[in-house]
Design a protein around this ligand. Structure first.
Ligand code: BES
Ligand code: ZN
Length: 624
């Protein structure tokens, strides 16, 4: 057994980066996914002037970067770009004149893009870059009218996290740098443009729009969308932007948004971003949601009619505190964004919908985490991840940051009690507001503000187990749900042959209970079982993506070919990565299934976002 160490020493043990600040070991703050050198110069404000050209699938215009120089000797500005055409770079001197600056683009790296080096004889306050994006820009998706709900107008949206902002703006593409921004956006007069900024609910649609984001944000929260978008209010400060045919169902489904904001404010302090609106995207949006400030981007696949999937809104809203206000300084500390947010999400769900739902969601999350960790290298199972510069952050997204992160905070909540832990988190968000921090800073704050005042609640060894050891600590308490006990009993009765599917008492089940029911099924069903389930519950024709995401892989493994036409439709209609990948994964396990997957993907691909395309292509390229 290890002897207890004095506090300072044990912190060094928890975070090797603390102890090992030598010349060759970069500090934990360092972002290995960016070329920028924020210790020399940082962007303080950005001014965009862009034309959104649907014909050419191109943004073109200029970006003005207002710079704060930190190193008096620096004469270079290194920026991140990917597939940008840079026409010209100018520097504005104190006399107000613009001077042409020398620049060069480095070699293209498949993950990082190209380094843009701008050289100057003296430190300019503003640098203007004239540029245009490529039609295949990784951070933008251009949709034909046929891929929208209305089918009449084209649509465009950005997805900048983690490192795609650089494909539509030349900038320091690291969450360690924050800046304010303004934008002038021109597009077709019949289309509406929105940004992660001060969208006016009553803006007149004329193709000419201006935006301001007053609060400093990191580059991954830059966002833009253009399409046939209309607004409907939910409350005074919250509302929905969506295509005309979708907006009313969305307002109904997300009617609890204002209550969610108030709940979070009561727990963690004021909402600091003024308005909170939702933008409902077409089904090709590759994620469930994206927490773009003041305007969360939301998949339409959570609109299922009974509000059962609105925890997604709780999640994206929670990022207004965890992530957008207090930001991970680099992607290896992503649990500071996603783990905190998943924890806060669950607290919002509990307060607004009750413990039945929050517990069910927790059990589902922890089940998924365990399943995923079984296939995962141990070094990836830690919260404070090692630097993995060669890894594409899009492919590095795991439940560890989300679910293990949230579980760690639940553990702290249990040990300290809500009466101490809630005010602690509230003061954490306040203390680090509008800053980008690393795990070491969180641990330091935790030690000084919470542990020092309640020294017996947790040990440093326990913290180390959560932050730096693989797996889930043996001393963690697993989530439980009484409603799931009933679901498990129903499944068992069915599998044991004691009851047919139609005899199970499923009438009151919500999405979560169906998910639980399916996740507990064996790897393979008999033909008879699959037919019985499908006839009783019409699973194959469900339009709930959370259910289909579990049912379709089960049908594939069970050789239930009747589902294939519906699978083909599903994979072509929806581009949300989390929903489609499990079915592709099940299909590629057999040669025949893989051939089917290839054929469906060929047809689906023109409608997929580059992020989903990349994941499916990587899967299809994998050797069996
Ligand atoms: N910020 C994430 C989405 C993201 C993460 C994009 C990393 C790119 C890189 C967003 O808040 C998120 O977590 N979305 C989840 C929803 C959630 C309820 C777990 C998703 O899209 O599934
Ligand atoms: Zn998130």
């Amino acid at each position: 057994m290890r002897v207890l160490l004095p506090l300072a020493l044990s912190i060094a043990m928890i975070l090797p980066a603390f102890a090992a600040k030598t010349h060759d070991a970069p500090p934990r703050h360092h972002d290995e996914h960016s070329w920028a050198e924020p210790d020399k110069v940082v962007i303080r404000d950005l001014g965009l002037d862009l034309r959104v050209d649907f014909g050419k699938k191109q943004l073109r215009g200029s970006a003005d970067l207002a710079l704060t120089w930190k190193d008096p000797a620096a004469r270079e500005l290194l920026l991140d770009t990917r597939d940008l055409s840079i026409a010209k770079v100018l520097g504005k001197s104190g006399d107000g004149n613009w001077r042409r600056l020398q620049f060069s683009l480095g070699e293209r790296d498949a993950i990082f893009g190209q380094k843009l080096t701008i050289r100057m004889k003296r430190q300019y306050d503003i640098v203007r870059i004239r540029y245009a994006t490529a039609p295949e820009a990784s951070g933008l998706q251009w949709l034909e009218p046929s891929m929208t709900a209305g089918k009449k107008h084209p649509f465009m949206f950005s997805q900048s996290q983690a490192i795609h902002a650089r494909s539509w703006v030349p900038l320091q593409d690291t969450p360690g740098v924050r800046y304010t921004y303004s934008a002038h956006i021109e597009t077709d007069p019949e289309l509406m443009a929105l940004m992660s900024a001060d969208n006016a609910p009553d803006a007149s649609r004329d193709g000419d729009y201006v935006f301001r984001m007053q609060q400093p944000i990191p580059s991954y929260l830059m966002a833009i969308s253009v399409g046939d978008l209309v607004f409907r209010p939910i409350s005074e400060r919250a509302g929905v932007w969506a295509e005309p045919g979708t907006v009313d169902v969305a307002v109904k489904e997300f009617a609890d948004t204002e209550r969610m904001i108030q709940t979070t404010e009561q727990l963690y302090g004021p909402y600091r971003w003024e308005r909170y609106d939702l933008l409902i995207l077409p089904p090709s949006f590759p994620f469930g949601g994206m927490e773009n400030p003041r305007l969360s981007f939301i998949t339409p696949t959570v609109i299922v009619g009974d509000k059962s999937l609105t925890s997604l809104i709780a999640h994206e809203l929670a990022h207004s505190w965890s992530g957008n206000l207090v930001t991970n300084a680099s992607w290896k500390d992503m649990w500071l964004n996603e783990g905190f947010t998943s924890y806060v999400e669950n607290r919002i769900v509990e307060a607004v919908y009750g413990t039945d739902l929050s517990q069910m969601e927790n059990v589902i999350s922890q089940f998924g985490l365990h399943a995923e960790m079984q296939e995962m290298a141990e070094e990836r199972q830690v919260l404070a991840l090692p630097a993995l510069p060669g890894v594409d952050p899009d492919e590095a997204l795991t439940d560890v940051a989300y679910i293990k992160g949230a579980w760690f905070l639940e553990f702290l909540e249990q040990r300290f009690g809500r009466e101490a832990f809630d005010p602690f988190l509230r003061s954490y968000f306040n203390h680090f507001a509008f800053q980008s921090i690393d795990t070491a800073q969180f641990v330091e704050y935790l030690n000084s503000e919470l542990i020092a005042k309640n020294p017996d609640a947790v040990t440093q060894k326990e913290l180390d187990a959560w932050l730096n050891q693989p797996g889930i600590p043996a001393f963690a308490t697993a989530a439980k749900s009484a409603r799931f006990d009933a679901v498990d009993a129903a499944r068992k009765a069915f599998l044991d042959g004691r009851k047919s599917a139609g005899e199970l008492l499923t009438a009151a089940w919500t999405t979560q209970e169906w998910v639980r029911f399916l996740e507990g099924m064996p790897e393979v069903l008999t033909g008879q079982q699959a037919v019985d389930l499908d006839e009783a519950f019409k699973l194959t024709t469900s339009d709930n993506g959370e259910i289909l995401q579990r049912w379709f892989p089960l049908t594939v493994r069970s050789g239930y070919f009747e589902a294939r036409p519906a699978i083909a439709q599903f994979l072509q209609r929806i581009g949300r990565r989390k929903l489609v990948m499990p079915t592709y994964e099940a299909l590629v396990a057999t040669p025949d299934g893989k051939e089917f997957a290839r054929q469906v993907f060929e047809k689906a691909k023109p409608g997929y976002h580059p992020i989903t395309t990349a994941s499916v292509e990587a899967l299809l390229a994998k050797k069996p």
